[in-house]
Design a protein around this ligand. Structure first.
Ligand SMILES: CC(=O)SCCNC(=O)CCNC(=O)[C@H](O)C(C)(C)COP(=O)(O)OP(=O)(O)OC[C@H]1O[C@@H](n2cnc3c(N)ncnc32)[C@H](O)[C@@H]1OP(=O)(O)O
Length: 437
């Protein structure tokens, strides 16, 4: 499928296409040119022709829609004009919105604009058109993971989940004190590709804020594919934890940083567990690796139980806190009715949205954990007033209305309204997303 929009030949022509079994995967095809555009935008190397069929298979499996902006007026010696000067991609995957509920999210990825064409409104053009399309197709929200935190707020995205980066000293003083169970096995890549998918499915089903994973993930987490290319990553090892009944309930994939790096370090690439107990078992395993002095993990939960399970909690050093999921509410009625609530109550929200999708006043009423949301007239009394990006941050309960009010991101007409909004949006657990896309 391929569609074109507009145009006046002075501005790049935008084309969108999807990938299927018939897509040309030769180095001269539009798909290869699109990948070259993405690689250029993220400062990666040129594409290897042999990788194209596998990359195409992955993009087809994800149901991605690819956007390219083409400059039809290139200079005399310009790089191949078939390579887009801007790229953009979308796909749909599920977001866990708590209480065993899921919402299909419109995911945005692969956003690049070539330096020669930047700051002329190409991103704005693509994202504005795309968000309108997603809203027209009935998506209640869009999501992305951002390369820089300064880009997407203006388009209505707010940070909704965070992870922490930790370094753990696993020398003699390291000991996990929680009760031990089950067993660990090192598995080969072919088995790992299935096991990591199965374990992730268990994690996704129970974890607020989790986004379903794209096709390449299990291949990269198992070492069948590397990070840069769909070729084996021979340095990556995968260990799986099985419970007492032999069911796989956690995996970790990791690689050694090398003998020239001290302290000797194991880097966790991916670590997924269906329960806290299984998570701690993986740490017990990582702590048992001979010759290793330090383990690094960049995707720990902000409510990580590890320090509380260590004999010496100072073994775990917190290095940084990073935003992961950015949410953009497109339809406040559908989005707010879809999520789970742990407390009853009601609040009137006034939402400012420069793009219009979520603009308006809404009464959110929760009874018996079920939400009803009604659109009100502009004259409705204000409870909370916020822009749509703040609503995206509030949506999964990763930050409270009070904190956003303290930061000047929300205005409340009384302390009582803030307090009831805090209760209404709160989840007993912090949202945790370990999918980058
Ligand atoms: C979901 C993802 O894929 S995240 C990956 C994003 N991509 C990258 O980081 C790759 C490197 N960067 C780029 O390719 C480009 O600079 C992009 C895509 C970030 C921006 O593309 P452009 O076409 O230059 O953006 P555009 O001209 O439409 O700018 C729109 C607005 O965003 C602002 N903006 C754009 N990029 C940035 C930035 N990096 N930091 C701060 N503001 C930015 C512009 O100033 C403009 O603001 P305004 O309209 O409010 O005045």
């Amino acid at each position: 499928m391929s569609t074109q929009t507009q145009t006046d030949s002075a501005v790049p022509r935008i084309e969108t296409f999807s990938v299927d079994a018939d897509t040309d995967t030769s180095p001269d095809g539009a798909l290869a040119a699109w990948f070259e555009g993405v690689s250029f935008g993220f400062h990666e190397g040129r594409l290897e022709a042999e990788d194209l069929p596998k990359l195409a298979e992955a993009h087809a499996a994800d149901g991605r829609v690819l956007w390219g902006a083409y400059d039809d007026n290139p200079g005399p010696h310009a790089w191949n004009p078939r390579i887009p000067v801007a790229t953009y991609g979308t796909m749909v995957n599920s977001l866990n919105v708590g209480g065993g509920k899921f919402l299909d999210a419109h995911l945005i990825t692969a956003v690049t604009v070539r330096a020669t064409h930047r700051r002329r409104g190409l991103l704005r053009r693509m994202i504005t058109e795309d968000l309108q399309g997603a809203a027209d197709r009935g998506h209640a929200l869009a999501a992305l993971t951002a390369s820089e935190a300064t880009i997407y707020g203006r388009f209505g995205f707010g940070t909704a989940t965070h992870t922490t980066s930790v370094e753990v000293d696993v020398r003699e003083r390291f000991a996990v004190t929680s009760p031990s169970y089950g067993r660990i096995e090192v598995v080969d890549a072919d088995a790992a590709v299935h096991l990591t998918q199965e374990i992730f499915a268990g994690f996704h089903a129970r974890t607020l804020g989790s986004i379903g994973r794209q096709y390449a993930y299990a291949r990269r987490s198992s070492g069948l594919w590397g990070e840069e290319r769909p070729q084996p990553d021979k340095a990556l090892r995968t260990a799986v934890h099985y419970d007492d009944d032999g069911r796989p309930d956690a995996f970790v994939s990791y690689s050694f940083a090398g003998w020239d790096k001290t302290p000797y370090t194991m880097r966790v690439k991916d670590l997924v567990a269906v329960s806290e107990a299984a998570y701690l078992e993986l740490w017990r395993y990582l702590g048992s690796l001979d010759l290793i002095e330090r383990v690094t993990f960049t995707m720990a939960s902000v409510s990580d139980p590890l320090p509380w399970a260590l004999a010496d909690r100072r073994c775990r050093e917190l290095k940084s806190d990073e935003d992961v999921l950015w949410l953009r509410i497109l339809d406040p009625v559908a989005a707010l009715e879809a999520r789970a609530y742990e407390h009853d109550g009601s609040v009137v929200l006034h939402v400012q949205d420069p793009l219009g999708h979520a603009h308006g006043a809404f009464l959110l009423e929760v009874r018996g954990g079920k939400a009803d949301v009604m659109r009100l007239g502009a004259e409705a009394a204000v409870g909370l007033d916020m822009d749509v990006a703040a609503l995206g941050s509030l949506y999964l309960g990763g930050v409270t209305a009070s904190t956003l009010a303290s930061a000047g991101r929300i205005r409340a007409n009384s302390a009582d309204v803030l307090e009831s909004a805090d209760r209404l949006f709160a989840h007993s657990r912090q949202p945790y997303c370990i999918t980058h896309f």
